[in-house]
Design a binder for this molecule. Structure first.
Ligand code: NAP
Length: 310
């Protein structure tokens, strides 16, 4: 019996992926939401946010694919154990994130925001600099994106260390793990990059207490999720000059409202959740390869641990 995939998302991407599947896996029937004759035939749903009652509407659903790297938008706690949730491991997302983290770290390292502010005032002032090797970068989250970003920073000459849930051994970097080692990890960061998934354990992880563990003059880059940071605490520590800069790509409420204090803050650089965007070409191939694995009864890549939430 044919495998039926229902796609819900931007039409252009749907058409692109439909063509790809027609070329490489013609035995798969591709449907673009909401065009489905028989809901009970749908085996796989590909989306960012699923339709509200998807579990009732598609009673024979076996796989829920996220078109993004994260799955916090899916309300994992309500997903039945027999439904596989698979996140997008797109080389294009990984490349985009590595570039964004490199750019952000370099901007902080070279005081770009301070110089932009000085430009606007017509102020000529040279700030002291340090070499990349003396700049300690800490990556929170050593998964698919965190490890790639770490390597990208090492290639620029930065000293990189990382923190994850479970112990890890990675080339040329000190790896910390677990809540017990969070403080000592943070104490060594001139710049900390948050690349954690959003779960009950990581929500609000960057708060007054943890941010204060960073050395004075440290900076924060958040490319995980907005809710990782307690916004008010971040503002306090920036205003007290304990923290120097924050580069923020993700926010508790998106889009960031026009009167939010982050926009005008001289130490904050805001970007509109663009650090890494799913690329239709490479993500389509990644999805295709995973569906092929499913057909072959192989383990798909990016299967989410429903208990851990990522
Ligand atoms: P991943 O491969 O699942 O890696 C997650 C990492 O976080 C793992 O190293 C994991 O530790 C660690 N972790 C999870 N919970 C932890 C905890 N309680 N304490 C310490 N470490 C913990 O995820 P990924 O693909 O790298 O993506 C990370 C996140 O990036 C996504 O979830 C998404 O929110 C965000 N993202 C943002 C953008 C953007 O444009 N801004 C784009 C894509 C993704 P273990 O290795 O020990 O399991």
């Amino acid at each position: 019996m044919a495998l039926n995939i229902l796609y819900r998302g931007p039409a252009e991407r749907g058409q692109h992926w439909q063509t790809l599947f027609a070329q490489h896996l013609p035995q798969v029937k591709w449907h673009n939401w909401p065009e489905v004759d028989d809901n009970s035939a749908i085996d796989m749903l590909v989306c960012w946010i699923p339709p509200r009652d998807y579990q009732q509407d598609y009673p024979n659903l076996k796989v829920l694919f996220s078109v993004g790297a994260g799955v916090d938008q899916l309300n994992i706690a309500t997903v039945p154990k027999e439904l596989q949730v698979v996140r997008m491991l797109d080389p294009g997302i990984q490349q985009g994130m590595t570039e964004f983290v490199q750019m952000s770290v370099l901007n902080i390292h070279r005081d770009t925001l301070a110089y932009v502010n000085m430009n606007q005032r017509g102020q000529w002032q040279q700030l002291p600099g340090v070499s990349t090797a003396k700049r300690q970068i800490g990556i929170m989250g050593l998964g698919n994106l965190g490890q790639a970003a770490a390597l990208g920073l090492q290639n620029l000459g930065f000293s990189v260390h990382g923190w994850s849930k479970r112990p890890k051994v990675l080339p040329d970097m000190q790896c910390f793990h677990g809540n017990d080692q969070l403080k000592v990890f943070l104490q060594q960061c001139d710049i900390v990059v948050c690349l954690l998934p959003l779960t009950d354990e990581t929500r609000g992880i960057l708060n007054q207490h943890t941010l204060a563990c960073l050395p004075k003059g440290a900076s924060v880059i958040n490319v995980g999720r907005g809710e990782h940071i307690v916004e008010h605490d971040l503002l306090n520590l920036l205003n007290q000059q304990h923290l120097r800069y924050a580069v923020l790509d993700v926010f508790a409420k998106e889009p960031l409202q026009a009167d939010h204090p982050f926009w005008q803050h001289p130490q904050i650089w805001v970007t509109p959740h663009i650090a890494a965007i799913t690329q239709n070409d490479s993500a389509g191939l990644a999805l295709l390869a995973n569906v092929q694995r499913y057909i072959n009864k192989d383990t798909m890549v990016g299967v989410v641990d429903l208990n851990a939430g990522y």
